[in-house]
Design a protein around this ligand. Sequence first.
Ligand code: FAD
Length: 589
Amino acid sequence: MRRDLDQLAADTYDVLIIGGGIYGVCAAWDAALRGLSVALVEKGDFGHATSSNSLRVIHGGLRYLQHGDLRRLRQSIQERTVFMRIAPHLVHPLPFLIPTYGHAMRGKEILTLALLVNDVIGIDRNRLEDSQKYLPPGRIISKKECLRLFPDIEKRGLTGGAIVYDCQMFSSERLILSFVQSATKAGAQAANYVEVFGLLRHGDRVVGVKARDLLNGSEMDIRARVVVNTSGPWLDRVLSLCNGHFPNRRLALSKAFNILVNRQLIPHYAVGIYTRNRFKDRDALLSKGSRLLFLTPWHSRSLIGTVHLPYDCDPDHCWVTEDEIQDFLDEVNEAYPAANLEREDVCFTYGGLLPMDNYGTGGVHLLKRYRIVDHKREEGVEGLVSVMGVKLTEARHVAEKTIDVVFEKLGETPPKSTTATTPLYGGQIQQFSDFLGHEARRKPQRVTADAFQRLIQLYGSAYPEVLKYLDEGSVLAPTKTLTCRSENTYSLSQPTGGQSAESFSHPNDSSQAGNCSLVRAEVLHGIREEMAQKLTDVVFRRTSLGITGKQEDDTLTSTAAIMAKELGWDDKRTQREISESKTFLAART
Ligand SMILES: Cc1cc2nc3c(=O)[nH]c(=O)nc-3n(C[C@H](O)[C@H](O)[C@H](O)COP(=O)(O)OP(=O)(O)OC[C@H]3O[C@@H](n4cnc5c(N)ncnc54)[C@H](O)[C@@H]3O)c2cc1C
């Protein structure tokens, strides 16, 4: 994966994609697999925006039943299966427990019906060869069993619970990188830190973009027969580059966020809790008058969300305020007092912006369906297609539909998309559990079993690409030891014991030193093979060094030292990178 801006400027592409969030990277992969020449430009790092802030759930979409949207339910179930098939190392089943109360909307009767419909519509959900991906049918449990599983739940009016299976991503960041790797291996040219600041026009036709390399300020034209705008929250801003063609368009945005807390509140299940509703869903066929939040186990901690709030500011300045975090903690503590969360329990805040249907009403009314807009049809501008996506889960499907439109615009019959069945980079795995067991035999002696397993979970079948750098990682001995974290692993639905992040700083212990070499190998791999340009790219997206939120100075300094050597940074640049990483962290912890 090489960042080759000369090549980008030299060629004329069939399709150029603006934005390297999940929607952009899926589109790039689909187009490249179907034989188109593809360029993808991203103004930050791949996946740095909305896409790395999700709750990490690949939804089957049980919630869509509330809106009577069976088509979307079916589609989400199918996409969940697709993700497990193409990224078996990163997407795993996770049971969700939804407690039942009374006999109305939160009652067992309605949920029994919902589970039945869900199972019938998802009848083929287990058509995968991998038994680790098996999703049992939903089931209703008694009050006694519910309390056994989840003793601290609100007991007033409790009648039992519903258990339904969905999926969780081990790392959304690495999932996005797997798409970029796959797209570039299929021939796409991708570049991060390249911002589109103008659209090239020929009459009413868009024929490419004007772009700026944000790392050195140089500008270039990139030519393409069709331009696809997958800039997420920046969609309007990109359209405004069309010089007045879209004067009244306004994409209303909602701020959504989750918090990561440093305790595993419930180890084996994601659990739904009902909090007092501040967001009324005007479209729901059956309104519950309360909000369902999920406490999900993730990397030995708990990821809790999702909160939705109206937002009317610059997408470049979206962060979660202290007041919003405190309100959210109060809301969770009120609904689930046993959590007893305090501000210092929060180790990371994941916030992003999502499209809404309404503007200026003060409420939150999320877009219910994705939109693919051919601007020829809507505004008479040829060669430009915009995509508005609502769920990460749907992105591959939407990409397939988008590239169908691109073929139509190119005047060609679209060949069949194969992204639903082609394993992603790292996804060449038949049976995930067997793969883990089998590959364990290849563990280098100097690395611990936990660290090796984590490597396989993050990189899947591509892990040898990282191991290539292990020897180099061990001779690279920065003056300060890199803090290497051993995150607990195996299956996300069955954590192996909830050990917390472990700090290896004793240089004389050979396995700890081996683990440090492995992390350094990941850093080198991120720089040389995954286009990492900045310290934040390595700490938060190429590796899981930043997962705990609280970052020791040593880790940043040691990682920056490796990057400085690799990328030729001087002291000033190195210090700037460290300080940017600290600012990034300070805004999210
Ligand atoms: C808190 C939260 C929780 C969520 N939880 C879930 C969940 O559990 N499951 C689920 O399925 N979905 C979830 N979602 C929804 C999901 O994350 C989004 O639907 C998805 O990430 C949107 O992806 P995107 O590619 O459209 O946008 P983004 O990821 O924002 O990507 C757009 C990209 O375009 C780039 N860009 C913008 N302008 C330019 C330009 N001029 N030049 C070049 N590049 C540009 C940006 O830098 C950005 O990287 C959640 C969302 C949030 C915010």
